[in-house]
Design a protein around this ligand. Sequence first.
Ligand SMILES: Cc1ncc(COP(=O)(O)O)c(C=O)c1O
Length: 464
Amino acid sequence: MHAVFPATQALRGLPDVSGPHRARAWEPFLNTEANQDWVARSLAAVWHPCTQMKHHERVPLVPIARGKGVWLYDHEGRRYLDAISSWWVNLFGHANDDINRALKDQLDTLEHAMLAGCTHAPAVELAERLSALTQRTLGHAFFASDGASAVEIALKMSFHFWRNRGQSEKREFACLANSYHGETIGALGVTDVAIFKDAYDPLIRHAHVVASPAAVSVDEAIAAMRALFEQRASHLAAVIVEPLVQCAAGMAMYDASYLSRLRALCDEFGVHLIADEIAVGCGRTGTFFACEQANIWPDFICLSKGISGGYLPLSIVLTRDEIYAAFYDDDVTRGFLHSHSYTGNPLACRAALATLDLFDSANVLVENRRKSALLREAFEARLGKHERVKNLRNRGTIFAFDVDIDDKTFSRRFFANALQRELLMRPIGTTVYAMPPYILTDDELVLLAQRTHDTLDATLGGTA
Ligand SMILES: Cc1ncc(COP(=O)(O)O)c(C=O)c1O
């Protein structure tokens, strides 16, 4: 299977199990009964995401029993530093006392009530607080459950806005080369990753794919977008971008000036700007919203992942009041009728409110800047002059470097070596990255940098 889909593992950092080291790399996970039992039961009953399940004939899962802080523990007490925040969702550690307390309170008060026809404090308070974080520029919040749904909602809202305005020909979208916006059919339309799209090609309505500022200069990327707008603006509803960092593309980073220039272009041509801050929002890049670094507000912000502290599925689309107003009408069909059963789930919203409380009480963004500088120093000291390390980079608490190696088994071998050094890390192809929870201590960040170095050397030495 990986012969057919080698890039799948690379893209989301899954281990590639091909190659001569296959069995040896996983031996540590085969020798404990409790671990083995959960793995066997999981394989018999669970269809795991982003996985060719046949790989698990040879590749055991890592069975996680519990988590605390930055650490995940298996059933035999072996620990792993969650250096990638469990697919980029965890901000304040596993089993965080404050979020736990808030959730337990909420559980005893209201677990769920539908958000159509009813409302409740957690949804209202969360919408108000997020709007305040945009200085009330984006005054309304629409709730869903996962990132891809938020992207679908923003795309539908944009199209429907233009339709309500009598411009239903504005039904096309633009995205950046190598963009990743999720894997539902609509989100795949604005995702530029062949491995996730190809099988579903006949079902997909493709967006215009425009050069990314992470691959060409900002001038060139803006010129490419301008050229598209000059031709298609009357048919374009929106352009969607991952601000500052295209994470799934391999932590590809670009300058904030692109975003301010893109905002100006969208204003000039009457095209909506959708900022997909699902991965980069909630402080990841150094400001609460990545767009703040460009001093702009988009027309829609999609949030998910970290907003619930990594606790519960929650996504939110924030939008401007002018856009909301275009749906406000006596005619029901001009309303936005999109819905999910668990929209605005009180537990998920309460987890998000507790997460925002942590931002307020602990001055997180300032402290993150300090830790980010320390982690940068620690990585520079250990890897900066490494002959196989290229383009060591960071934006906020996202760290990455590219490894000069032509070896399809690199990601798999690095993953296995990292586990043996108590690190959960999943390189994207030959790009090694860390996106740790914000509560990493100074000692833990040194450990992370040192063991990343050790893992790299072990992997380059072929000792997995
Ligand atoms: C930028 C971005 N958008 C959308 C998504 C999709 O989110 P979800 O996996 O919750 O559907 C992701 C997931 O990695 C993402 O990184």
